[in-house]
Design a protein around this ligand. Structure first.
Ligand SMILES: [Zn+2]
Ligand SMILES: [Zn+2]
Length: 259
């Protein structure tokens, strides 16, 4: 971020701090978590947003991106990136309004690793704000959070993708289904693996539950998978493959930030 107004607040793992934060935001006028200025309510601002209009405009937007996988494009590439031209992807379109850097990375890391669950609303709010600028933003019939393996879920206590989906589902009035698609094979961390290794690592990591097959999934054709970050797209692609196998015609990705 270029602005001198902005700073990165210290992280805190105290749950008491989290409780105080939550209570205070209800009682006091809200201040932007980056520039500390008071947040003025405006029609563009999500009611619970913790980022002021000025700072949300300063975030690094993924404005020139591949129309398929949302990879930020280089000068010479037009519309579709080289990966999408040479690979078969099961997802149709990824929408990812921010580049995974600076402030967005800070928000996502706080949400994932520092119990700042309410940042899911902030991130979803920023996503919603940006989606208004899109001309061809086709809404899906259902949202599915990227599933987390039960081992990881027990460690973390929550799935950040589910928390993001909750806010998006409420805003767009699109039902969410967090039970039909599950992650039944623990894949460990994808970080540090290259694209090919990541692909191999997530192979057969997901499955559709019997209830999913018989209930909500049989009634929809178009789904968006919601996640916080996308790096190579292997996880999204594998989840999309399983959903397509189950008869879903179109799978999109709604991702907060593109790495
Ligand atoms: Zn601000
Ligand atoms: Zn692409």
């Amino acid at each position: 971020m270029t602005s001198a107004r902005m700073h990165t607040p210290n992280s805190s793992r105290f749950s008491l701090r989290h409780y105080i934060d939550k209570s205070m935001t209800r009682l006091l006028p809200r201040h932007c978590l980056f520039c500390l200025e008071k947040i003025h309510k405006s029609h563009e601002q999500n009611e619970k947003s913790e980022v002021c209009h000025y700072c949300s405009e300063q975030l690094i937007h993924n404005s020139r991106a591949c129309q398929r996988c949302a990879l930020p494009l280089k000068g010479s590439e037009s519309h579709i990136c080289g990966n999408c031209l040479s690979h078969k992807y099961y997802f149709e379109q990824v929408y990812s309004p921010f580049i995974y850097t600076n402030e967005i990375r800070y928000l996502i890391r706080q949400l994932k690793y520092h119990n700042k669950i309410h940042y899911a609303q902030t991130l979803a709010g920023l996503f919603i704000q940006q989606s208004k600028n899109l001309e061809d933003f086709r809404l899906p019939q259902q949202l599915i959070p990227m599933p987390m393996h039960t081992h990881r879920l027990r460690q973390r206590g929550y799935n950040q993708a589910l928390e993001l989906t909750r806010s998006l589902s409420r805003h767009f009035q699109i039902p969410m289904d967090y039970q039909s698609l599950i992650r039944y094979r623990s894949t460990g961390l994808q970080a540090g693996l290259n694209a090919r290794e990541r692909q191999k690592n997530v192979r057969n990591a997901f499955k559709i539950t019997t209830t999913g097959r018989n209930s909500s999934l049989s009634k929809v054709q178009h789904i968006a998978l919601v996640d916080d970050v996308m790096t190579t797209g292997s996880t999204l692609n594998e989840a999309a493959r399983i959903l397509k196998q189950a008869g879903i015609q179109r799978v999109d990705g709604w991702i907060m930030a593109r790495a």
